[in-house]
Design a binder for this molecule. Sequence first.
Ligand code: SF4
Length: 379
Amino acid sequence: MKELGMYIHIPFCIQKCFYCDFCSFANRKHLIPEYINALTEEMKSWKEKLKEYRIKSIFIGGGTPSIISIDEMDKVLRTIYLNFDCKKNLEFSIESNPGTLEKEKLAYYLNNNINRLSIGLQAWQDNLLKSLGRIHNQEVFLENFLLAREIGFKNINIDLMFGLPEQTLTQWQETLYNIVALRPEHISAYSLKIEENTVFDKLYESGVLQLPSEEQDRAMYHFAIDYLQEHEYIHYEISNFSTKGKECIHNKMYWNNEEYIGFGLGAHSCLGKVRFSNTKDLNEYINKDNEREIDYIIEEKMSQKDEIAETMFLGLRMIDGIEIERFTKRFSCSPLKLYRHEICKLKEEGLIHVDGKKIRLTRKGIDLSNQVFVDFLPD
Ligand code: SF4
């Protein structure tokens, strides 16, 4: 039986963060019941088409999935369990934000096989949280984290950001010291990017936003790598760290360029060598006629060449790199032969390292990863 990852998108938030360009909406909570109906109808419509697949990981993301009620979440979970073949003890993650987690919800998640909780903290300092437009403060985060532990969550991720406006290296270090002291199983640490059409974009354009310099941003990143490794976190992907055995199976599936199905607003899928996505228009998604199949937006029919290129640059995101033997088995050709010139050039520039078994980024290559990935893009 073929294996598949499943992503489910819940696009509702209490407030829109100033840096966020995700498919998410504030002030639309009244549409949640209709959305859940449309979502579960979409999922059911895939039952037959996915009958040859076994689900190996599920990720409910957003938005803020933890704002929907237990009853609404129950509809989603029942739809999954009734319509799809799920692997026993699969990794099942849910994203959440501090201030939206209560005892009953957490207990419901755990009792219904959601075994991995991701909490969006972003920064430790209340002034930074406020300047990002986050709804919580440090105290609320701590309460929610400790409650999740008390309920029994043994696999928790904390999302962090660095390179924030007016953030100092000392503040970033303080964030890491405090998070490491809590010993979450997984930490994601992303550098802030100014995305188009966000509040930060407008502030940046008008020259009001004081961002750390490129050197300060890199110093924060390097500190995170060294400090987390010293404290027994494995740096397994450019922006992700975990304790032993707690790497995120769902995200590794993306980086290994494997198949996945996405349900919900704007969700992306990659199935049978076709990449497609759902509309990002909330009204259109909710009001679609249930008799009619969803009009997915076909983004790409992948040729073998595209698939090979994607497998290269997605695989290089993982610190362990690309396994030459596995790649060769999948595409009947060694990457060393296919990309002889690119690999030679990148090795000379000190951006990648090749041994008999793997191709991986060097520390310099991690910093300049976008420059490396460009070399593998198809013409
Ligand atoms: S909580 Fe997450 S998805 Fe919602 S607005 Fe903030 S960053 Fe975006």
